[in-house]
Design a protein around this ligand. Structure first.
Ligand code: URA
Length: 440
């Protein structure tokens, strides 16, 4: 791309609080993808954006430029509404594993591109890879074929999708510029719009285990992403949800796959099912498969009760090379060598007042189930199961969770983190709603 200006002109303009033009933003995003905007200059511009922010128009232009830095999958020839869900991430969040086959069982097409876990948060791709043989790297042709045949396909971001985001995200990761709303918004929305979706539901989490610590920041991010949907002509709804305690009773990889399959069998924990039904319900409404939340809920409950959602999961597993026998035999999944129950101390009496999601995430990392750097290997077998929830009664020796581990030495740090994460109170605490707001 030819330009009459230099990267440093754009950096200086933003550094001094200016508003960038579409041409300047295109020059930046395409230059990053093509390597003409050097990484040291991109890093400087990212930091200037971090401090000076971006107007809604600049954010929309950045999203569009990042989207067009690569391939946009065209799914228009595949019949049915193409609707996806994206979560900003947390601990124990295995909703995608349940939601994708569930939505497909209710008639939607779910073209889902997910990410890997980093730091204390888990990633859908890593969880799927706990299933022996499951391939998350597919060609676009395979992705389209599975979407058409099964109705749901779950893969990783291909190198052709939003390459500017790929480069910018790795720079942000090492330059302290991740927590910036316009940059997060453009990063997420450029990838989602490149999937060829018709509409999108977002789960924007806030709290101790989330990216966004406060509700206000989460609201700002949700509004920014919904606004990008409006500009792009793709309806987007966002649920604002809390991530103070892990979602469900399992965190890790094998442990979460088992919990997700249990949900598809109708035996899921209440909080996880509540969120899964709410997010999938909004997908059905946006995709025209349900007229309102109540009728969506009826369809979703029926798809769990009659086994059609579980059958979609099985079909997706087979189509993506995974061993479908995991559905009936959890021992096929990577299994830990040791299991340790963490129990409440002898003086415990009352109720659980806190299960700190961040500390639980750190406990999984201590067991070897998390990544500090993108290149780290993870142990799929380790994790947390049977986790107690806020509001549940405790007494001396009540089981707080079961740790799945492969090395006894790991258990001391993990157990200490879990003990620190779980707090008690003599009287029943007031439970905060999991779903706090709907932005559309
Ligand atoms: N997830 C993304 O894909 N991008 C961000 O910037 C943050 C979370």
């Amino acid at each position: 791309m030819s330009a009459t200006f230099f990267p440093q002109d754009i950096i200086i303009k933003k550094r001094d609080g200016g508003v960038l033009s579409k041409v300047e933003i295109d020059f930046f995003a395409h230059g990053v993808a093509e390597g003409t905007f050097k990484s040291y200059q991109a890093s400087a511009l990212l930091m200037a954006i971090f401090w000076r922010g971006m107007t809604p128009q600049e954010t929309a232009w950045l999203t569009d430029a990042m989207l067009h830095s690569g391939e946009i999958i065209d799914l228009r020839d595949i019949p049915g509404a193409k609707v996806d869900k994206h979560s900003t991430g947390g601990v124990g969040d295995k909703v995608s594993l349940i939601l994708a086959p569930l939505a497909a069982a209710c008639g939607l097409k779910v073209p889902m591109m997910s990410g890997r876990g980093l730091g204390h948060t888990g990633g859908t791709l890593d969880k799927l890879e706990a299933i022996p043989g499951f391939r998350v790297t597919l060609s676009v042709a395979e992705f389209r074929a599975i979407l058409q045949q099964v109705g749901a396909a779950m893969i990783g971001q291909t190198p052709q999708i939003a390459p500017a985001d790929r480069k910018l995200y790795s720079l942000r990761d090492v330059t302290g510029t991740v927590e910036c709303i316009p940059l997060i918004c453009a990063s997420i929305m450029s990838k989602k719009l490149a999937e060829g979706i018709d509409s999108l539901v977002l789960d924007v989490k806030f709290g101790r285990g989330a990216f966004m610590k406060s509700k206000e920041r989460a609201l700002e991010l949700a509004r920014a992403m919904v606004a990008i949907g409006q500009v792009s002509g793709k309806p987007v709804r966002a649920l604002l949800t809390t991530m103070n305690q892990p979602l469900g009773r399992a965190a890790g990889h094998t442990t979460e796959v088992i919990e997700a399959i249990e949900c598809l069998k109708g035996r899921g924990p209440a909080d996880l099912m509540e969120l899964t039904y709410a997010l999938t319900g909004h997908m059905l409404i946006l995709g025209g498969a349900a007229k309102d939340e109540a009728s969506a809920r009826r369809q979703l409950e029926a798809a769990i009760a009659n086994g059609s959602a579980l059958e979609k999961f099985r079909q997706m597993c087979v189509a993506q090379g995974g061993d479908p026998r995991v559905i009936d035999d959890y021992k096929i999944l990577p299994t830990a060598k040791l299991f340790t129950e963490v129990r409440a101390p002898a003086d415990a009496k009352g109720f659980v007042s806190e299960v700190d999601a961040l500390k639980c995430g750190h406990a999984i990392m201590a067991l070897g189930g998390g990544r500090a750097a993108v290149t780290d290997q993870i142990d799929h077998a380790v994790g947390i199961a049977d986790l107690i929830k806020i509001g549940e009664p405790v007494g001396a020796g009540t089981r707080l969770c079961t740790l799945h581990l492969n090395d006894h030495a790991q258990s001391f740090r993990a157990e200490a983190l879990i003990r620190d994460a779980i707090q008690f109170t003599p009287t029943a605490p007031t439970l905060e709603p999991l779903i706090q707001d709907l932005i559309q």
